[in-house]
Design a protein around this ligand. Sequence first.
Ligand code: PGA
Length: 240
Amino acid sequence: MKVHIFDTKEKLYDEVSNYYIERLNKNPNLNLGLATGTTPIPLYDRLIEAYKKGLVSFKGVKAFNLDEYLGLEKNHHQSYYYFMRNQLFNHIDINQNNCFIPSGDNPDHETAKKEYQELLKQNQVDIQLLGIGSNGHIGFNEPNTPFDTKTHVVKLDEKTRIDNSRLFNSLDEVPTHAITMGISEIMNAKEIIVIATGSNKKDAVYEMIKGNISENVPATVLQRHPNVTVYIDKDAASKL
Ligand code: PGA
């Protein structure tokens, strides 16, 4: 696991976005595993800016998102389908038919799971982007998720719902369940990039890098992956 610590978020996101631009220019047909949440937004902003300047194209890219809330319509402003279009896909030249997100609005969860599992079996992710939950979750794989899981339906941790309630009108509105790429599928990516900023992530970051590998803290599994790079600011790194 390579760990890069930055004085400022600006430097962190400049470095990560330059890395993506470089990789995309070398291989315009990358399969990108993408993430939602607050963490990736400054990266997506920079990628949009680079696209607008003609420095990068996403025409050949396929995008595979980590997770989606269950029960929100696609056009709900907190659905990850909406988030990805609003924050990235509508502003770049990616083919929207090549943008995949687990179907949180399919009431047949079994089919939704199987479809995403099959998709990930057919398409290996080249670079998987991850944030980390303050409880150490990756995707919506909450503490005590077995490491061998594939795409599955999860009951969200109360901590996760409280963390994410800042984006909803109230805690009651935050969905109780989600569908997420499984840990074994995340680990199947050729390369993984983790970004974490802010002191509320310092415990999870410490465990991910220095903790014992344990299903209690899903991000610790990343210690077993051969190609992980962690980009953190000094607040997220403050316990290391
Ligand atoms: P955040 O979420 O980027 O909104 O902090 C990260 C995560 O839960 O993986």
